[in-house]
Write a protein that binds this ligand. Structure first.
Ligand code: NIG
Ligand code: FE
Length: 405
């Protein structure tokens, strides 16, 4: 029987990665009433500190529940045919220009009922949960009409009612130009700004707004119009920036106080400085880098030098990252981007939480919400070193033990 969020639970002798670093000593951890209520070095812990608590675990590594801060999890069908075209040499941009890519997922989503979208997305979300995710950001962006974008966001909200996970939603109406606006991209941006954003805000369906700023998508000027509309409706800002070319979108987003700029392979030092000044998080997406066989590395050392927090996410989507395996992202971040295991773990916890505007999440600290995982490994770095499903021993969401073996 699952323990409820009100029950006090105690772990002894666990190695704790607190969201930023590994604590120097084995710890005792107490949760009570849905929050982390106590955190002691095992050497000084006295049982009376945790009165009435049930001991539920000993040993292993505890981390905050993972925060996947950039996904396109709600979609219909798949793009395996496009994958094969790319293997034969076609580029992502060529496929997009020929009306495939994102637009093929748009056709599939427009044809799908809300129920069908929900059914197709549930197993993907379950895969994230089973690999440690307790918070996930989900974008729209495959509807591209007001009704279809709201349909996607509604599915995202319903997912949080069906599974034990925290969901934040992002309206990505400005993801691609739909065919019916082929010669009128400014007209489409007007639709995003004047109809989609107000409707999503009015119905409480979006927490943030995102734009794909790229030469195959929307210009910096169009991106800025979307940012202004988002701000006017009190919604946070995120951006797909500098993925295939340097458009200056990260600096623009930073000027609007964006939560994060994501992808950023082509980001330059001026952009890094603008992000540092604004406190905009750099979200790195090694799954897309890997899938597209990119060669331009994101400027990791510049981000470090300027103290820009680096988040890590799956970018789970049918085109550039058909990968629902968050701990694989830890490994890819290290092997492809040369991040350290500590940076990768902080990227998937504390910094990812900042990237969704929830600094209280992604941390093991007294008073923080009790969202955490215990892993069958000896030290946190192993989570990035080895690629192995099934290492999660326990998962706690909002104080409730959802996985226990
Ligand atoms: O994050 N870059 C744009 N958007 C997604 C890909 C979406 C798709 O190809 O379906 C990304 O890579
Ligand atoms: Fe994306």
């Amino acid at each position: 029987m699952p323990l409820s969020s009100q029950d006090a639970k105690l772990w002894r002798d666990v190695s704790v990665f607190d969201g930023l670093q590994t604590l120097p000593e084995p710890m005792a951890v107490l949760i009570r009433g849905g929050v982390i209520a106590g955190l002691w070095p095992e050497s000084v812990f006295a049982l009376q500190d945790a009165q009435g608590a049930q001991e539920v675990g000993r040993g292993g590594v505890m981390t905050p529940g993972l925060v996947d801060c950039h996904t396109h999890l709600v979609f219909a069908g798949n793009r395996a045919a496009e994958f094969e075209l790319r293997l034969e040499g076609a580029s992502y941009a060529e496929i997009a220009r020929a009306g495939g890519g994102i637009i093929s997922s748009v056709r599939a989503v427009r044809d799908a009922s809300e129920e069908a979208l929900l059914e197709q997305t549930l197993p993907r979300l379950q895969a994230l949960i089973d690999d440690g995710v307790t918070s996930v950001e989900i974008k729209s962006g495959y509807g591209l009409t007001t009704a279809d974008e709201l349909k996607m966001l509604h599915v995202a909200r319903r997912l949080a009612e069906q599974l034990p996970v925290h969901v934040t939603t992002t309206l990505l109406g400005a993801h691609a130009l739909p065919p019916e606006f082929a010669d009128d991209s400014d007209g489409y941006i007007s639709l995003v700004c004047e109809q989609m954003i107000p409707a999503a805000a009015r119905e409480g369906l979006a927490d943030a707004v995102d734009v794909f700023c790229e030469n195959i998508a929307f210009s910096p000027a169009q991106t800025e119009r979307v940012f202004m509309a988002a701000q006017a409706h009190g919604l946070a800002i995120k951006v797909h920036a500098e993925q295939l070319s340097n458009q200056g979108a990260s600096a623009l987003a930073a000027r609007y106080g964006a939560l994060s700029a994501d992808h950023i392979e082509f980001l330059d030092e001026a952009g890094v400085k603008a992000m540092a000044q604004a406190g905009t998080v750099a979200t790195l997406l090694p799954g897309a880098f890997h899938t597209l066989r990119e060669t331009q590395l994101p400027p990791i050392q510049l981000l470090r030098d300027h103290g820009v927090p680096m988040a890590l996410a799956s970018d789970a989507n049918p085109g550039t990252s058909p990968i629902c395996f968050p701990t694989l992202m830890l490994n890819l971040a290290c092997t492809l981007f040369r991040m350290t295991p500590r940076e990768a773990l902080a990227g998937a916890t504390a910094h990812a939480a900042t990237a969704i505007g929830r600094k209280d999440l992604g941390r093991i600290a007294v008073g923080a919400p009790a969202n955490l995982c215990v892993w069958d490994v000896q030290q946190p770095a192993e989570l990035a070193y080895a690629v192995q499903p099934g290492r999660m021993r326990q998962r706690v969401f909002a104080g409730v033990l959802t996985h226990d073996r």
